[in-house]
Design a protein around this ligand. Structure first.
Ligand code: SF4
Length: 175
């Protein structure tokens, strides 16, 4: 069972366009400057059920919504990955690639998210394959930069996942 704290139905800060944003619960990163430590607990908020997934799909179907963003907490905690994979698969089944899917992780693609380091490697891979963009890395206060698009510190990367998974090289995302 995964828990989540909030669903934002009209967000413009966490990816391009107007988006639906899901904040999942559970995070072991424990960043010193975390602005929402209450989301570290895996049972914070409310249980994520099929009704929640249906609600997200219904919110996404509005024509002005560009896509879905998965935030935390930590979407890539092993407990959260299988639930989010199912959600991503349902969103793809309904919308194909007419809506884009972003995820934010405190873990890095070529660090903790390497196969087998955070849960079932097959699930991690399938989840990454289902996404368009991963914003990776923890927020580091010493590297804070207010001019960066969609991220808080300069160590964090906007990664084009389809290109990166196809080439094996980190490919930055551009609009
Ligand atoms: S990854 Fe996000 S939720 Fe987790 S401790 Fe860091 S800032 Fe907080």
């Amino acid at each position: 069972m995964m828990y989540y704290s909030v669903i934002k139905d009209c967000d413009i800060a966490n990816g391009p366009g107007v988006r639906v944003v899901l904040f999942v619960s559970g995070c072991r990163n424990h960043c010193p400057e975390c602005f929402q430590p209450q989301t570290w607990a895996f049972d914070y908020g409310q249980p994520f059920t099929q009704e929640t997934a249906d609600e997200i799909i219904s919110l996404l179907s509005r024509h002005y919504i560009r896509g879905l963003t998965l935030l935390g907490g930590e979407p890539f905690e092993p407990e959260n990955q299988p639930v989010l994979l199912e959600l991503v698969q349902q969103v793809r089944a309904k919308f194909g690639h007419t809506k884009d899917i972003w995820a934010f992780s405190g873990y890095t693609l070529d660090g903790e998210l390497l196969p087998g380091k955070k849960g079932d490697p097959k699930i991690t891979r399938q989840l990454l394959e289902g996404l368009d963009v991963l914003v990776d890395g923890r927020f580091v206060a010493a590297l804070k930069n207010l001019n960066l698009q969609y991220r808080g510190s300069s160590n964090q990367r906007l990664i084009d996942l389809p290109q990166t998974l196809a080439t094996g090289q980190i490919v930055p995302w551009h609009e």
